[in-house]
Each structure stands twice: as C-alpha cells, then as structure tokens.
Design a protein around this ligand. Structure first.
Ligand SMILES: [Zn+2]
Length: 66
C-alpha cells in the first residue's frame, strides 16, 4: 500500500459512532493523521494513516478503534 492508498483505506474503514460512520475531516500530511468527526455527538477521532501495520489494518477492518 502506498500513502494515498493507505489514507483511502482508513477513510473507507473509518470507525462508527452513533450508529453511522464518522465523517471525514481534513488530513495532516506532516504527521499522516486523518481527522474524523461524528455529526451526531461531535466526537472527534484521529487515525494515523501512514504507516499502517498489519494489526492496524485488521483492527480497522474489524472497526474496533472506538
Ligand atoms: Zn457519535
């Protein structure tokens, strides 16, 4: 996975809050952080999209970050 693919993966597998996937906000190129926010409760989540290790990929697929 390259960096854009990794960010796409994180966005595609972003966590759920209030029974729906959180919304994508801006991302930070310098520290490879993608920002998300829940429109329901205002909960904010940051996910480091690069580099992703195998465990990160598995957890994102299982949606266990929240
Ligand atoms: Zn929420």
């Amino acid at each position: 996975m390259n960096i854009p693919e990794s960010r796409d993966f994180v966005v595609e597998h972003r966590p759920k809050c209030c029974d729906k996937q959180v919304d994508t906000m801006g991302y930070n190129l310098t520290n490879s952080i993608q920002h998300f926010v829940c429109r329901g409760c205002g909960n904010k989540v940051d996910i480091k999209y690069w580099p992703l290790c195998e465990d990160d990929i598995r957890d994102l697929k299982l949606n266990v970050l929240l």
